[in-house]
Write a protein that binds this ligand. Sequence first.
Ligand code: GTP
Ligand code: MG
Length: 273
Amino acid sequence: MEANPPKRKETRKSLRIKVISMGNAEVGKSCIIKRYCEKRFVPKYLATIGIDYGVTKVQIRDREIKVNIFDMAGHPFFYEVRNEFYKDTQGVILVYDVGQKESFDALDAWLAEMKQELGPHGNMENIVFVVCANKIDCTKHRSVDESEGRLWAESRGFLYFETSAQTGEGINEMFQTFYSAIIDLCDNGGKRPPSSVGVGFTKEQADAIRRIRNSKDSWDMLGVKPGATRDEVNKAYRKLAVLLHPDKCVAPGSEDAFKAVVNARTTLLKNIK
Ligand code: GTP
Ligand code: MG
């Protein structure tokens, strides 16, 4: 009788990944990393000089991953130092301070800087991005609300978390989900799995919500010229109502945008003969 071959214990190879942090100076990048890795918070601001590097091992699902973290300095002065660290990255932690609108508005410039450094052959599609809306403990000074941040992130296929490095809120959940998405990416041959790409709303819906939020008056909100006729107002209203109706649109902020459009129409029709 043939002996059974000895059973070999199935161990999956541990994974090595590189992640970087990006975002304006003082938004809390280093504190977020410190909170997760060292479980502590430093209230004093110690600006990162150029780049900080650290290695950490984490266990996510049944996998051990070795994470090389490159924590970038946000100050423009350090551009020359950080620009060579963008390549060969699997994950990006993109941070803004919810009490500082400029840091939110700067996110596009951070993406542009990375894109430029990766060059024409660089592929931003197959990197996991997580957006951290940080310092949510400072509720008094909040100037970017959740739906605005979430819309920006999710319309680009990025993860979104509300975090506080000070209290620790959202930090573990953010890192777990982020690392988990990177494992899925690596298991899928370095390509973002199709299931993580769809966001459940269209770019047209996201653009309309953003435009409505930033509109200066009711005409602008409906996208009609001042002095437009009742017919023109109604036509523009119907188009937006169909696009943003809460039954049809799951984009963050769609309900508020829909209400704003209804109010804008009512206001304009009151004054048009
Ligand atoms: P650079 O290294 O200059 O790019 O800045 P950074 O983004 O790494 O900021 P850092 O983590 O050093 O934090 C900047 C300041 O914000 C420090 O004084 C922190 O204590 C404070 N801070 C960071 N996160 C939070 C937070 O969640 N809540 C509050 N209240 N303060 C925070
Ligand atoms: Mg720092």
